[in-house]
Design a protein around this ligand. Structure first.
Ligand code: GUN
Length: 296
């Protein structure tokens, strides 16, 4: 019977640790600043952005949201990014994805100062991650949050075989890079992976991380007994219920550890975003931070 990984609780502990860091920074006159740009009125994005703002306020991060209508021009958004890059009160910049089609997302990602790139999507930061560079640089928050969860649960990935399904720049690719950096052997699967190969690799995996957006893609019968299962999917079914990319009911009895949906990976992303914001602020002002997990 699988033990649940309580992402909600781990995220709460992480937010508390981040709040302690901002308190320390406040004594040095530093308030971390996060600027979120939202273009258009996608309801899911509006909810995410509101949640980010609310969570930021509670841990002492000064968040501002800059909203643009759906027909905003690329030039307008790029001009705002340039202004935020130059604004000393802003330590972290995030442009909520997806953006409307007239805006080139890659241009937007490259316009953000890599030192304020809280998503870790700038090619310079992606390059550092792939090269497994030492030193501090921002890394995409969802995969980083998953590494935190695994660490929190005492799962050492070194020497393990990890199957990551989905190769997005948001999750799958940086996830694979982080795991490789931590000495895991990683199989990165995607929609073109032959089904027979997926079956073979998943059945041999110590850890399975699924980020595809396909509800119930992975079933318990496909897993190795005792596998650790991380479900990144958040899919709303027609009946309004939320489900992951893993068929929880069949996977839970086979797994040793498993994340629920909701309440698993989801809450970790925002908590990690706040963690990264505070780190960028500390970098910006040249002050050292303690590792938040050492202070819990
Ligand atoms: N949209 C959904 N998730 C994310 C994220 O992590 N960062 C950004 N910028 N947009 C998103």
């Amino acid at each position: 019977m699988g033990k649940l990984i309580d992402g909600k609780q781990i995220a709460k502990d992480l937010r508390a640790a981040v709040a302690r860091q901002t308190e320390k920074l406040a004594t040095q006159g530093i308030t971390p600043g996060l600027a979120v740009i939202l273009v258009g009125d996608d309801p899911a994005s509006e909810i995410y952005v509101r949640n980010k703002e609310r969570a930021a306020g509670k841990v002492g991060v000064n968040a501002q949201t800059i909203k643009y209508p759906t027909d905003a021009s690329e030039a307008e958004v790029l001009a705002k990014i340039a202004e935020l890059n130059a604004d000393d009160s802003v330590d972290a910049i995030l442009v909520q994805s997806p953006v409307p089609s007239q805006i080139d997302e890659h241009k937007v990602q490259e316009a953000i100062d890599p030192r304020k790139d809280v998503d870790g999507f700038h090619p310079e930061n992606i390059g550092r991650l792939y090269a497994n560079r030492e030193g501090y640089y921002p890394v995409a928050n969802t995969p980083r949050g998953i590494m935190t969860m695994l660490q929190h649960e005492g799962v050492d990935v070194a020497g393990k075989h990890v199957v990551v399904i989905g190769r997005s720049i948001l999750v799958g690719r940086p996830m694979a890079a982080l795991l490789q950096g931590a000495n895991a052997t990683v199989s990165l699967l995607h929609r073109y992976t032959p089904a027979s190969l997926t079956e073979l690799l998943v059945s041999e995996a110590d850890i399975v991380i699924v980020a595809t957006g396909v509800p119930g893609l992975i079933k318990g019968s496909e897993l190795k007994a005792g596998a650790v299962v991380i479900d990144v999917g958040i899919n709303r079914l027609e009946d309004g219920s939320l489900v992951g990319d893993v068929d929880f009911e069949s996977a839970e009895p086979v797994a040793s550890l498993i994340t629920p949906v909701p309440g698993g990976v989801g809450p970790m992303t925002i908590a990690t975003l706040l963690q990264t914001t505070v780190e960028l602020a500390a970098q910006h002002h040249g002050v050292a931070l303690e590792d938040p997990w050492q202070t819990i």
